[in-house]
Structure formats: C-alpha cells, structure tokens
Design a protein around this ligand. Structure first.
Ligand SMILES: Cc1cc2nc3c(=O)[nH]c(=O)nc-3n(C[C@H](O)[C@H](O)[C@H](O)COP(=O)(O)OP(=O)(O)OC[C@H]3O[C@@H](n4cnc5c(N)ncnc54)[C@H](O)[C@@H]3O)c2cc1C
Length: 492
C-alpha cells in the first residue's frame, strides 16, 4: 500500500534505469510520470520482430537477477508472478580458429576442473584466480556499485573504506590483460578472461584489472535466461509500473528540463510545461546537458571523457538449426590485441572480428519459425566519430560471414532469410546515446569510475541522473543500481 506524499517526479526515459527509478519513487509516495521519446518502452532493452523471428534488441547476458526482483519486492509483489528465469549451464560456448570448442560451466569448481582439462593451466591456478575475482567483488561492491562516489560522507563508511585501503588488491594498478597474463600461461584462457572488458565497452589492454570482478559475477554467481528473452524484464517492469500507478507517456520526447534559480522545476514536452518537484534523467547524460538544458553549466571534464565502444548487430533469421550452437556463442578473432587497437586507437573495424551470436530460440522456440533460429550477431566497433558506416557495415558483414563459414564449415549466406541491422548511428538515433557509444564513457583508466557523472547535479537542485552513462555504469544490474543510488539521494 503506497502512502501518497503529494509530491511529483518526472523521469526522462524508460530505459531499465528509468523504470527502476520510477518504481522506487512511486513506492515512496511520489506521483510519477515517465516521458519516453519512442513509441515503445525499454530503450536498449527492447524487442523487434521480422518475418516470424523475434529478437532482443540489445542486452542478452543477464546477471544478478535479484536486483530486478527487488523492484517487485519493494512494491509488495512476488517477482515470480511477473517474470521467471533459469540458470544457464554452460553459460557460453567458445569457438576458436584452430577448431577448439570450449564451454564455460557455471560455478567456480566446475569451471576450474573443466578448463584445467582443456587448457595448459592447472585447476589450482584457475581456482586461485577465481578466488581473487571474488575478493575484488567483496572489496569493490560497496565502493563502486552501491554508493555514490561523489558524496564525501560515503567514504567514511567502513565497507567503503575497506575498498579504498585495498586499492592494490582490487587490481587498480594493473591492466586486465597484464593481470590475466600474470595469472595464466594458456593463451585461450587469457583471451577468455580478457573478453570481460568488452562488457562495458572497454579494451582489456587498458582497462584496470578491477574489472576482473565481472567473471566472478558471471561464472560464480551465474548467468540467467529470463523466460521469453531479455525483453520480458522490460515488459514485466512496465506492467508493475502501471499497476502501482505510474504514468508512462510514450512518443513524448522531453524538449527541455526547465531550470529556474538553479532548481529543476519541470519538463517541457509536446504537452507543454508540466511542473515537477523532482526530475530524474535516464537519458544519456551528455545529451541531457547538450539538448535538454543547453544553458546549464556543464561538467566539462566528465562530458569530454573518451566514449566506450559501440556495436554492429545483424539480426538474422536463419532457416536452419545448428545443433552445435548454444544460447550464447563466441567466435574468437585470432589477434585480440590488433582487434582492440583497431577499435580503440584507429577507430575502425577489424577484419577478423570476435563475433558473438545469441540465439534465444534455443530456449524460447517461438522466437523463430520451426526448424529455424534467430541469430543476434554482434561485433564490437568504435563509437561514431563520423566514419563511413555504410561502407564499414558492408565490410563487417562480409568479415563475419567469412569467419562463421570457416569455423562452422558451412555457407551461412543462403541461410539468411531476413536481416535487420544496428550500427552506432542507429543506436544513437534510437536511444539518444551520445556518439552511439553503448556504455557511456569508456572505463579505460584507473580513475574512469570517478569521471562518470554523479547520480545528482552539483549545481541544479532537484535534478538527478540514472542509467548506463552515469555512475556506477552500464549493464542491466548497474543501471538498476544507478536508479537505487539516485533515488536514495533524494530527501522527501
Ligand atoms: C547491442 C547491445 C548489447 C548489450 N548487451 C548487454 C548484455 O548482454 N548485458 C547487459 O547487462 N547489458 C548489455 N547492454 C547494455 C544495456 O543494454 C544498457 O546498459 C542498458 O539497457 C541501458 O539502460 P538505461 O537505463 O541507461 O537506458 P537506455 O536503454 O539507454 O534508454 C534510455 C531511454 O531514454 C529515452 N530518451 C532519451 N532522451 C529522451 C528525451 N529527451 N525524452 C524522452 N525520452 C528520452 C530513450 O528513447 C531511451 O528509451 C547491451 C546494449 C546493447 C545496445
């Protein structure tokens, strides 16, 4: 039962963080309105269908489901009445050019045992490494994920101080690749652990080894599959939001966040000016300053940080079933260093890319016609800095097809019966992500976490931020935590 507090809150954007923030504010008694530019909710976590194939538009790997569950719990609902998920085991299937195929079993012990039997590193070495990833999680969780980094009082919390005084132990002074190279001798194992840098759009050759927290989350805590695909998280949160009385205005782009006397006072949209006590922007922070409050003082240092990588996705309807593929498949490029050099330094695509294919029809057969599969085929590419994307997309399509044909020993070209394409221009246009970067600022330095925009405005009262472009960062769990931190900073 919600106790009304007679105050109002506007949320700009219905990405997962916007939905999370709205649900939290409504539970505190605010009258909440979400404004969304698109005719559909969810931002990157949306869905598309094409000729009988359904595709999750963006995210596909789902971890830390309890953070989603929490929104139902605080609303007095049973999350299982809204959405369900199952544990994946194996989580991933990896394909290498030399014909090696490796799985990624769930659980530290199973993973170490399996990998030791397939690589040149011992079970003990792998276990020791995975133990270190857990230590990083325990030391960094409170510091980087649960609290604002931009409120001095948080640094006096015991749990946060623990993270700060153990900066060495969390790998802050090493890069991910160099830490992985020190831990393992097996080149494939190093490459498999290096890949986790891409989870927030960074390069393993520059990102701090602190991001080795990600394998702990995926391997130990596990990856999950939401029944019906990732989009079911969005639809279940929208259902909850509507049930508890949140208004969602679709096809209603916010034109301006109105600021008077250094205080956010409301929103301007096609419906005119509406007054609100609190405004939370789930829109990309760069574009929030650039387009929604162009007169406001800008946090120049934060906004000028290098951007994360983007992606090209081919959503392919494939008229065949591939028994050798799992739900999550990765086809490794043969030279990871050159691939990241191309993406990060040369700002272009790489001719032998690492290709990720997500096939939800493996677990939700209705996502593809009988005997067929829905391939979400993704490669990392640079953010949009004016490259000739029409040319690069065509080149990449050829590179991917050549690679898959080589490894799968087949010709997939005649099997592609329909296609949709996402590239950095499309993601920019569809979700208003600055420069088409999928993950906001890049995390390519030791201090990158501190240069993400805070969850509040230092200059404008009553204005807050959530989503993948602000603290603590991108990905479904992080975005939901950003909503938790932002709303936690608001005093009733
Ligand atoms: C291809 C791809 C693969 C990914 N893979 C994974 C993965 O496997 N696992 C994972 O956890 N994460 C993954 N991510 C990242 C994850 O999807 C994002 O971090 C997360 O969904 C971002 O959510 P958000 O709350 O920041 O909002 P967004 O999804 O960015 O949505 C912002 C919303 O704000 C709206 N908006 C913007 N400006 C305005 C305005 N002026 N007025 C009204 N509305 C506005 C937009 O239309 C949009 O709906 C992936 C992303 C992509 C694109």
């Amino acid at each position: 039962m919600i106790t009304e507090n007679n105050k109002s809150c506007a949320v700009v954007g219905s990405g997962v963080a916007g939905l999370g923030a709205a649900i939290r504010m409504r539970n505190r008694g605010y009258k909440v309105t979400i404004f969304e530019s698109n005719s559909f909710p969810g931002g990157k976590m949306s869905s598309e269908t094409n000729k009988g194939y359904r595709f999750d538009y963006g995210p596909s790997v789902f971890t830390l489901p309890m953070i989603v569950d929490d929104l139902f719990v605080i609303s007095g609902k049973n999350p299982r009445d809204y959405f369900n998920y199952s544990h994946l085991d194996p989580v991933f299937r990896f394909f290498f050019e030399d014909g090696t195929v490796l799985d990624s079993p769930h659980g530290r012990k199973a993973y170490a045992k399996y990998m030791a039997s397939k690589t040149s590193d011992s079970e003990e070495t792998i276990l020791k490494f995975l133990e270190r990833t857990e230590t990083i999680y325990n030391l960094t969780g409170e510091l980087f994920m649960m609290n604002s980094l931009h409120k001095a009082k948080n640094y006096f919390k015991k749990s946060v101080a623990k993270g700060i005084f153990n900066f060495g132990k969390i790998g802050a002074f090493d890069t991910m690749h160099s830490a992985n190279e020190k831990a393992f001798t097996d080149k494939k194992l190093i490459q498999m652990f290096d890949r986790y840098a891409t989870y927030n759009g960074s390069s393993p050759y520059v990102v701090p080894a602190t991001l080795n927290v990600i394998p702990y989350v995926e391997i130990d805590l596990g990856a999950f599959y939401p029944e019906g695909g990732m989009h079911s998280i969005t639809t279940s949160l929208v259902k909850l939001a509507e049930e508890i009385g949140i208004t969602i205005k679709l096809s209603t782009p916010v034109k301006e966040i109105v600021v008077e006397n250094k205080k956010a006072t409301g929103i301007k949209s096609k419906d005119g000016f509406e007054k609100f006590d609190i405004v939370i922007s789930n829109a990309d922070v760069y574009n929030t300053y650039q387009h929604l409050m162009p007169e406001a003082k800008k946090p120049k240092k934060v906004l000028s940080q290098p951007k994360s990588s983007s992606g090209i996705v081919f959503y392919w309807g494939i008229k065949k079933e591939f028994k050798e593929l799992e739900i999550h498949n990765l086809f490794y490029g043969s030279n990871y260093f050159e691939e990241f050099d191309a993406i990060v330094n040369k700002q272009t695509i790489y001719e032998d890319p690492t290709v990720y294919i997500n096939i939800t029809s493996k677990l939700t057969p209705t996502d593809a016609p009988a005997g067929c599969e829905n391939w979400f085929t993704f490669v990392n590419v640079p953010y949009n800095s004016g490259q000739d994307w029409d040319k690069l997309v065509n080149e990449m399509r050829e590179n991917i097809i050549k690679k898959l044909n080589r490894i799968l020993k087949t010709d997939i070209r005649p099997l592609i019966e329909c296609e949709m394409v996402m590239d950095p221009r499309v993601i920019e246009q569809r979700t208003s992500s600055a420069f088409g970067a999928i993950y906001g600022n890049a995390s390519n330095s030791m201090f990158a976490a501190f240069f993400r925009h805070p969850n509040f405005s230092k200059d404008i009262k009553n204005l807050y931020f959530c989503g993948g472009s602000v603290h603590p960062g991108p990905g479904i769990p992080m975005c939901l935590l950003s909503a938790q931190i932002a709303t936690g900073l608001i005093e009733d």
